[in-house]
Design a protein around this ligand. Sequence first.
Ligand code: PMP
Length: 399
Amino acid sequence: MLSSLFSKSYPNAVARRCADDEATRLRHKYSPYYHTFEKQQGSRVWKDGREMVMLASNDYLGLSSHPKVVEAARKALDVWGSSPTGARLSNGSRAYHVELEERMAAFLGKEACHIHAAGYLSCMSAIQPFAQKDDLILADKNCHSSLWAGIGLTQARVERFAHNNPRDLKEILSFEKDTTPKLVVFEGVYSMEGHVAPIPEILAVTQDRNCFHVMDDAHGFGVMGPGGRGTAAHFGVVDQVDLLCGSFSKSLSSVGGFVAGSNDAIEYLRTHSKQTIFSASLPPAQAAAALAALDVLQTEPEHLERLWANTRRYKKLLEDLRLDTWGSETPAMPVVLGSKERVYAFWQRLLEKNVFTVMSIAPAVPPGKDLIRSAASAAHTDADFDMIADAFAYAVKKM
Ligand code: PMP
């Protein structure tokens, strides 16, 4: 009977689901994602021999080709080889893990830090071990997928509060008992919208309500606050946010991620986090690149200054064209166009003019907020901005 349901090319239902998937068919038809570039240099990428300005990366400080960062990674390969060879619980930490954790903790103003091979794992790790059955997790509804993945692994009850809306959070909290342990989960900077979280207001409405605060600062770390210390430092509230998590793949031009907090919280994470216990640790070259980039961030302030100068320049360019940047206050800069058809046409026009961006359409964004996702980088040059200005003017004219 079963064999008659599936032709020879679909041996089972899941194989058939993969082969027949409509979203995958559309992705192949319009091919907006998973482009392959044969070369990358600074702010430029090359596809089929065509040179383009990369306006969709998270290389905020432009350090991925900084000589000190590249040299540090190369040296680490010579000294340590390619791999950490396993998970730290069983296979041991390496000196570079400990050094990077100590440097990160000191930089962020926390007692301790634990690093992982991806920011995604760090964000999951900042939630999964900390929430138990009968706890309550209160999360901003626009939180990143990695935070929802961590939440999904807990048995805690979950309430979503309206995006960046402490009043809604307060209202939800008003129905809850103080005895219930609570995690409040939000981001420092929301990369889809470029919004900064109103952290002091979030802290005010959750004060004395038995709340443990977890903030993902993947897009604020290295970007916001004094010397790039992040969004909590920007508001002067580092000591009130219990856990800071984030990624090395944005401003530190590497890959990997971190969770920083009190000694107790980080040691608890090391005991209970599945993402930490059962996954291989950060490799040597990536740790060395992140550490060197952290050095550069602290010794060469010009990169952070240029990032913000370029952010202001890019935002003005978009606003002069009367484009909607969704009130972005950060280098993460959306261009809201409102429908997937408009976004696709706009994205193609930019590509015609050799400017590479990425489309975000519903359900990844709320209905009517379909947008072009882009980000300013310290790496963008005057010549890049000439191309960006020309491409956006062309796309607007054709709209
Ligand atoms: N949190 C946020 C807000 C992110 O944007 C990302 C990356 N897109 C991550 C976590 C995961 O970081 P990584 O890419 O280092 O896994």
